[in-house]
Design a protein around this ligand. Structure first.
Ligand code: ZN
Length: 676
């Protein structure tokens, strides 16, 4: 629930100012590698050079702590993952046959997938990868290797190893799914994840239910940092800690955290790093909560990081935390943008086209921090979130707040990488729209998100006595509709120019065009043939654009144009389109404020749900031809410490040239405390 993942192919966001892009922008190659359904990109770390030497050291030490955890996640994801990775890499590095052969190519593709999935399962679908090379090829290659290159257990020989790993890799029925969520099955026994061993779902549930005290208002996150196993008929938790499970990796993480502690920016940061170290040393979940509280309350440090057992999507029962790390620093310029918007929240409320009886007398904007990622690791790598909201513990969130961040250099990279994919060229009406989007969408898309999040959701009020759940199942679609309309309406307002966050009165057209094209057409790429629109954000986009299309029809505000058998959208009157957005905003706010269920249902059912099957088919066919990888991830930059003759660090440099395969092999060589 706390990771915002990008799923929209057109997702175009970012950079604080278009003028920021320098002429060497074109020299930077965002596209690194492409295989299976994956595209690997690289990202920039703007602003790193401007950090103080102390902050650079802090980032550097935290990065090292991040990279040392890689093996933990591989092992959490599956019992044989580390052995498989090591074996595949040994074959890869020692192969001296024909590297152009189909068999070797298939082998290489599989290894790239295993790296990307941090194991043998797809990071998103959780299904086991299907190798396209033969079992005999695998066996022959492994047999040809010297024994010291292989992860042989005590008393195990090469034959045993091949016999153990072959079914895990090749038999589709063995460890088929990493996380099984199918209702009615034993979710523990049917999931390949390595968080439990020899235990059934019922046993796990009983074990943890016994621990929980229903009257405890500040419960720890039970089971977060341990593997639960059955030993001699008894259930035992094996905690991840120094001296416990993953000790060799955790000790190295602690080593680097201690260095980071020494160069902390302030006492608060020093305190939470210290707590985290003590959590890793003791495995005590109370200490983890203490750490989380200080961390959540540390809103002044420029450099910040996550390092630990955090999200529980990898556990079918949602308890055990997958190891992850993200090191970052504040993007001051971009955070400034959200702060300006929040500071003017009352002006936006007062001047909205909504009936004054539905407006808030005193509105407070929410400000979220914008950050620059410096390194991605564990469960954040290579596939990464674009926004994070932590800590996860509900009572800590309620009592001490949480930190909500958007990772702008990652969204920037998605955006830049998408530019060459031909998407806009295929679907946009003309060169004019393409150029406008190339030039401004990066900024206007970000502003749309800022206005939506910081102001839109917080605007307006319910009339006295209206049930907040009056709109029932239509509530979330209408809520997103309201926030999007608020953003769309104000994107075209001179106020943004006055506030200095936009520099061109026509810039908003890029977002209007993208929004209309997406809402009426291109978002259909995410829907299977024959299906209607179900997801609430998608419904909201369809509602807004379909309503504006129909209500502007007499004046031809939005037009469908057919050219060479292809459908395009053309906006003939942007000013009228903005008026329509304002009109719909007023109506949606009325529906919400009065709790008018009937009107809300009618809006959604009439405008937001139905798909034109002809257009849908056409869009899917055009999209398929573009061959855009549905999943994306990143390689990290390489940080190097420059030292003087006495070994003191004098600077940290960043290099962006490493490719995917080299990075994975280097990490396995230099950051692999858990492999033999
Ligand atoms: Zn929203």
């Amino acid at each position: 629930m706390n990771k915002l993942l990008t799923t929209v192919a057109t997702m175009a966001i970012l950079t604080t100012s278009c003028t920021q892009k320098t002429s060497n922008e074109s020299d930077f190659n965002y596209n690194v590698d492409k295989f299976a359904d994956i595209e690997v990109l690289r990202y920039k770390v703007p602003g790193f050079e401007e950090l103080s030497l102390n902050q650079k050291k802090l980032v550097y030490y935290l990065n090292e702590a991040a990279l040392q955890g890689r093996d933990i996640l591989f092992d959490q994801n599956g019992k044989y993952n580390l052995a498989i990775r090591q074996t595949l890499e040994a074959v890869y590095l020692n192969f001296n046959g024909d590297k152009e052969s189909a068999e070797f190519k298939a082998f290489e593709k599989y290894l790239k997938q295993v790296w990307f999935g941090n194991g043998i399962h797809h990071h998103y679908s959780m299904d086991k990868f299907v190798p396209e090379f033969s079992q005999s090829f695998f066996a022959e290659q492994v047999k040809a290797l010297p024994a010291d290159k292989l992860p042989l257990a005590e008393g195990e020989n090469v034959e045993n190893l091949i016999a153990t790993l072959s079914p895990v890799i090749f038999d589709p029925s063995v460890m088929a799914k990493r996380v099984n969520q199918a209702q009615g099955e034993d979710l523990i026994l049917t999931s390949a994840t390595n968080l439990y061993e020899n235990v059934t779902q019922a046993e796990v549930e009983e074990f943890y239910n016994k621990m929980k005290d229903p009257n405890d208002s500040t419960p720890v996150s039970y089971g977060l940092n341990s593997k639960l196993v059955k030993q001699d008929g008894k259930l035992v938790e094996l905690p991840y800690k120094v001296g416990g499970l993953y000790s060799d990796a955790i000790s190295k993480i602690v080593f680097w955290l201690k260095k980071a502690e020494e160069v902390a920016e302030n006492e608060t940061q020093k305190a939470h790093i210290g707590k985290l170290i003590s959590f890793y040393e003791t495995g005590d979940l109370k200490t983890f909560d203490e750490y989380s509280i200080i961390w959540a309350e540390d809103t002044t440090s420029n450099v910040d990081f996550v390092n630990g057992f955090i999200e529980s999507y990898g556990d079918p029962l949602g308890m055990k935390g997958a190891w992850e790390s993200l090191v970052n620093f504040k993007n001051i310029e971009a955070s400034n943008r959200t702060e300006i918007i929040s500071a003017n929240a009352q002006w936006f409320e007062d001047n909205s086209p909504v009936d004054s009886k539905f407006k808030k007398e005193a509105v407070k904007g929410v400000s979220a921090k914008v950050i620059t990622a410096a390194i991605l690791a564990g469960d954040c790598y290579p596939s990464t979130p674009i926004g994070i909201n932590l800590p996860n513990s509900n009572w800590i969130r309620a009592a001490h707040g949480s930190k909500s961040v958007t990772i702008e250099n990652i969204t920037d990279a998605y955006d830049e990488a998408a530019k060459g994919n031909g998407f806009n060229q295929e679907f946009a009406y003309s060169q004019e729209e393409i150029e406008s989007m190339d030039k401004y969408l990066s900024l206007t898309d970000k502003l749309h998100t800022d206005l939506h999040e910081c102001l839109g959701h917080g605007s307006g009020k319910l009339l006295h006595g209206v049930d907040p759940d009056a709109l029932k199942a239509y509530g979330s679609t209408l809520e997103e509709t309201r926030a999007d309309l608020f953003a769309l309406y104000y994107l075209a307002d001179n106020k943004l120019i006055e506030l200095g966050i936009l520099d061109n009165p026509d810039a908003y057209k890029s977002e209007y065009y993208k929004y209309v094209m997406n809402g009426l057409m291109t978002q259909l790429t995410r829907i299977e043939p024959g299906k209607n629109i179900e997801e609430s954000h998608m419904r909201n986009r369809k509602l807004i654009t379909e309503w504006a299309y129909k209500h502007g029809k007499d004046e031809n505000v939005i037009e469908y144009v057919k050219r060479d058998g292809k459908t395009y959208l053309k906006i003939n009157d942007y000013t009228k389109l903005r008026q329509l957005f304002g009109k719909l905003l007023a109506e949606v706010q009325r529906i919400k404020s009065e709790g008018d269920f009937e009107a809300g249902m009618k809006l959604v059912e009439e405008y937001a749900v139905k798909v034109d099957p002809e257009l849908h088919k056409e869009v899917l066919e055009r999209y398929a031809k573009l061959n855009i990888a549905p999943y994306k991830g990143f390689v990290n930059p390489v940080y190097t410490a420059i030292t003087d003759v006495s070994g003191n660090i004098t600077d940290i440099t960043v290099d962006y040239t490493e490719n995917y395969v080299d990075q994975m092999l280097r990490y396995s060589r230099d950051y692999s405390p858990l492999t033999k």
